[in-house]
Design a protein around this ligand. Sequence first.
Ligand SMILES: [Cu+2]
Length: 92
Amino acid sequence: MKKLVTLIALSLALSAPAWAATKTVTLFVPGMICETCPITIKKALNKVQGVEKTEVTFEKKEVVVTFDDAKTKVEALLAATKNAGYPSTVRK
Ligand SMILES: [Cu+2]
């Protein structure tokens, strides 16, 4: 019985709530001027709870962020890059 309860608890913990949606946003980071900038930006974004993936394209000064919108929102991502010294805007 105890095993079953543990199993149920585990499967609940692993499955995301129904209202959570994975979203992707492209941020434009004009302050990205050398090849180490993306590392700092990536680190800052990955610290934000709910961020699942960050992909930096240095040539375009862009960061594509995949995040769980139940845990974070775009404003928090913008704040994270800004706090790391790289103000960013949402690229449409
Ligand atoms: Cu740099």
